[in-house]
Design a binder for this molecule. Structure first.
Ligand code: SF4
Ligand code: SF4
Length: 113
């Protein structure tokens, strides 16, 4: 298994810990600025990365904007941890960006990991 595939599996294992409680959604400033578009929240961004990594979504400009508009402010993460789920949301988003950016750089949106 190459390094990217190992990282992909680690990220998917982390995303699987999310209970979809959505407590992290309302507190996100970009969600608030978007007037309630869930894709612009910690939960939404993790879902986007998950589906990009599993091939259920393909990159487009809107998804890229969702991922890169995260401010890394950690408000979502504080709420998630206070509810006992303890996901490092900011770190997961950054790692997802890194992995997916590498894929885009290597072969465009249809490139395989
Ligand atoms: S608060 Fe944590 S467990 Fe709940 S939806 Fe957000 S990331 Fe998932
Ligand atoms: S770290 Fe990103 S996803 Fe989390 S609350 Fe801040 S802007 Fe929203």
């Amino acid at each position: 298994m190459n390094r990217d595939e190992a990282e992909r599996k680690r990220l998917l294992a982390e995303f699987a810990k999310c209970r979809s409680c959505r407590f992290c959604v309302d507190v996100c400033p970009t969600y608030q600025a978007s007037c309630g578009v869930e894709s612009f929240s910690g939960y939404g961004r993790m879902q986007i990365i998950k589906y990009l990594l599993t091939g259920l979504l393909e990159f487009d400009d809107a998804l890229t904007y969702c991922l890169y508009s995260c401010l890394q402010c950690r408000r979502c993460e504080v709420v998630c941890k206070s509810k006992g789920q303890n996901l490092d949301i900011c770190d997961l988003i950054q790692r997802g960006r890194r992995l997916l950016s590498g894929r885009l750089a290597r072969g465009g949106r249809h490139a395989k990991l």
